[in-house]
Write a protein that binds this ligand. Structure first.
Ligand code: IVH
Length: 705
């Protein structure tokens, strides 16, 4: 390939990668698989390695790979990054509005019909992104509001931040303001991993996000799946906008992630209703919010209202009830997971945390309990973030508490309490627990431990796995205790008779003689139907449902995309497994161990015999009928552009090359073909016209064009 061709291909790849990253990270509507995306990315990386002069600062390959810094440089914001005054309740919110209206009246602006924008107040880290001529040049933290730290390399690792603006012509300069955050699901995963590695845990998602952005090594930020919501514009040149909601629309159009639930409303009643709406939805979101932000929409009115100290008068934060609370830690109990890992958890005096009553909280592992010096009997700080399981932050050691009617210092009480230790025996089966050398996790080695069996079955039937409704904790435990299910494969041997031995699956009915008889209830029928339907679940779900240690839903999908069938997966070496994107040596080892265990092999054989899927369906997207075929395109096609034609060939597994050679399978000829046609004739390569090409695609299951 010569440099011109490489440059063309690189530009094409960049455009495709940017487009798919935008669909995935900003709109959350991916159109291609992770594997296909990785392939585009690797091709671009390879091209840039071969032709380093093609590497541009806005290339997607430049998101990761910066060197660790010695320290952060300082950046002066063009416009200060302001903070917000708070309203703690509806009255304060209405008082804010009344004051604004008085002020505006004093300035002769009282006849304005006002609009407000209500946004979530994301609990993360405020950043400012400067785009010069459409290219991201500097990303900075808020700092003191006037001067922040240059964290460009770290911010570039966030895929939801565009490296350049999407629309032409760009303003000569614009500062985009937003909040970087760590999704709650990612936060939970990160802390689980850290707990397993014995590393200190992050107290909350905000600290995790801030800690990731203020790391000198961009590789650390790159390893954390941070995201961003953009909520405003700072300084700019060459941009004319009249209202805040126009600014948000402009940001959306330029490829920024803007919260989809931001509302433009006409009255304070609607403002209040929207704030309440946000507070109620708070627990369902995958990000932490600590309030709602209300902004006067019109820039003209914003200017008229101005700022006091660091707070604009035109905006206010409606704060929600706090998500931390203090309560007494009654006891530390231990649960046994499906892989036998013992996890301590706190049993608490019930306490209201941000509107939800909390009685249990996770404690991760013994080391973490000791690091935080949490002892049973302490008064502890509980924190709840969205739908994340409540956590014990640590003991409260200041102030006094009441004990037997007397006031005592919390610190003195704490000192007198005994430290907690992991039990020597499994609380479910009594086996002596093992602590693997170097590992933090303590596990019950008994494969027949009832807790492990029940947990693994619960995992198998759960929503993200086989999704079998009607089999909750109680039902699974009861079926296990009754000796009916010992293994996930036993589920598919269930029938009405077996289910009817467990009371939750029965109902009472009067027989013909007037006496009560017990018969299977509706739930039993539903469970059997759900089991039958679950046989249609795709292989990736089945693989995830098996509960192989370290194999989550994403890893299961990656393995299936790579190996496609259980037979091929079973034949894979640890090295082959570890080569799958997202699968490292540890996961590869866990998969191998699982598959090598004869008991697991038996389970798989039984599930297979029951008709579960152990191979990837050959759906329209996954068919690769042109696998191994090489195409060369020459001349103009009528129905589609060259890159469209290429995309279609590649989607079907084929390859497009620029030069005709002996290995070429087809030369597709359009109008005004070039010398490639002559060369094809010379070599005797098959030449097809546009119509034949369309037939070929059609026959391969592609849309005609
Ligand atoms: S506007 C004009 N909008 O809250 C005032 N801030 O207390 C500047 N924040 O530093 C901020 N979500 O970190 C605004 N939708 C939102 C926000 C938001 C979160 C944070 C931001 C700011 C702090 C102000």
């Amino acid at each position: 390939m010569d440099v011109d061709e490489a440059a063309r291909r690189a530009a094409e790849l960049r455009a495709q990668i940017e487009h798919h990253a935008y669909l995935y990270y900003v709109l959350d509507q991916p159109e291609i698989s992770d594997a296909e995306y990785d392939e585009l990315f690797r091709e671009l990386q390879k091209l840039e390695d071969e032709f380093p002069e093609l590497r541009t600062p806005d290339s997607p390959t430049q998101r990761v790979g910066g060197r660790p810094l010695e320290q952060f440089a300082q950046v002066r914001h063009r416009e200060p990054m302001l903070s917000l005054a708070n309203a703690r309740d509806e009255d304060e919110l209405r008082a804010w509005d009344a004051r604004n209206r008085r002020l505006l009246e004093g300035r002769g602006l009282d006849d304005e019909s006002f609009q407000y924008v209500v946004e979530p107040k994301i609990d993360g880290l405020a950043v400012s992104l400067t785009y010069r001529d459409g290219i991201l040049t500097v990303g900075a933290t808020r700092g003191n509001g006037l001067v922040g730290e240059d964290v460009t390399a770290n911010l570039k690792t966030i895929h939801a931040i565009p490296l350049r603006l999407r629309r032409d012509p760009p303003p000569s300069i614009v500062e985009v303001r937003g909040e970087v955050y760590l999704p709650l699901s990612a936060f939970a995963r990160l802390n689980e991993e850290r707990a397993a590695q014995g590393l200190p845990l992050f107290a909350n998602p905000r600290n995790a996000a801030a800690g990731s952005i203020r790391q000198l090594d961009p590789a650390v930020a790159a390893s954390r799946p941070l995201s961003i919501f953009c909520y405003g514009i700072g300084g700019s040149e060459g941009l004319t906008l009249a209202t805040h909601h126009e600014a948000l629309e402009w940001l959306r159009g330029q490829g920024f992630r803007v919260n989809p639930d931001i509302a433009l409303v006409d009255s304070m009643d609607e403002v209040v209703a929207r704030c309440v709406w946000w507070e109620q939805r708070r627990g369902e979101l995958d990000y932490d919010i600590d309030g709602a932000v209300v902004k006067v929409d019109s820039y003209r009115l914003q200017r008229a209202l101005g700022t006091v100290a660091h707070d604009p008068r035109w905006a206010i934060a409606f704060k929600f009830a706090p998500t931390t609370a203090i309560t007494r830690l009654r006891e530390i109990a231990v649960s046994v997971g499906r892989t036998g890992v013992l996890t301590p958890f706190a049993i608490l005096d019930p306490v209201n945390v941000g509107g939800v009553t909390v009685e249990r909280a996770t404690l991760h592992n013994e080391d973490d309990i000791h690091r935080k010096d949490i002892r049973p009997g302490d008064d502890v700080i509980i924190q709840r973030a969205g739908d994340v399981i409540p956590q014990v932050v640590g003991p409260l050691l200041t102030g006094e508490t009441i004990e037997d009617g007397r006031r005592v210092s919390r610190a003195a009480r704490h000192e007198a309490l005994p430290e907690w230790h992991m039990p020597e025996r499994c609380p479910a089966c009594g086996s002596r627990v093992v602590r693997e050398a170097g590992a933090v996790a303590v596990r019950c080695p008994n494969r027949s431990c009832p807790a492990q069996i029940v947990e693994s079955i619960k995992h198998f039937v759960s929503k993200d796995a086989m999704d079998i409704d009607g089999l909750g904790e109680e039902a699974v435990s009861a079926l296990h205790q009754a000796g009916i299910i010992e293994n996930v494969a036993d589920l598919y041997d269930l029938d009405l008779e077996k289910l009817a031995t467990v009371s939750i699956f029965t109902r009472k009915q009067r027989g013909p003689d007037g006496r009560e008889v017990v018969v299977p209830g509706k739930l039993a029928e539903n469970v059997l139907a759900a089991l039958e339907a679950s046989k249609e679940q795709p292989f990736a779900r089945v693989l995830y449902a098996l509960g192989i240690p370290h194999v989550g839903a994403v890893t299961a999908r990656a393995l299936v995309e790579h190996f496609r069938t259980m037979d091929r997966l079973q034949a894979a070496s640890p090295a082959e497994l570890a080569a799958v994107p997202g699968v490292g040596a540890v996961v590869a080892e866990a998969v191998r161990q699982y598959l090598d265990d004869p008991r697991n092999q038996e389970t798989i054989t039984r599930l297979r015999a029951k008709g579960l899927r152990f191979a990837e369906e050959e759906g329209p997207q996954t068919r690769r009928p042109l696998e191994g075929r090489t195409f060369v395109l020459t001349g103009r096609l009528q129905g589609l552009t060259r890159s469209e034609a290429q995309a279609r060939i590649e989607a079907l597994g084929g390859r497009v090359s620029n030069t005709v050679g002996k290995a070429t399978d087809y030369v597709v000829v359009g109008e005004d073909p070039g010398s490639k046609l002559d060369r094809a004739r010379e070599l005797g390569v098959r030449v097809i016209d546009e119509e034949a090409f369309a037939d070929l695609l059609r026959g391969s299951g592609q849309e005609p064009f």
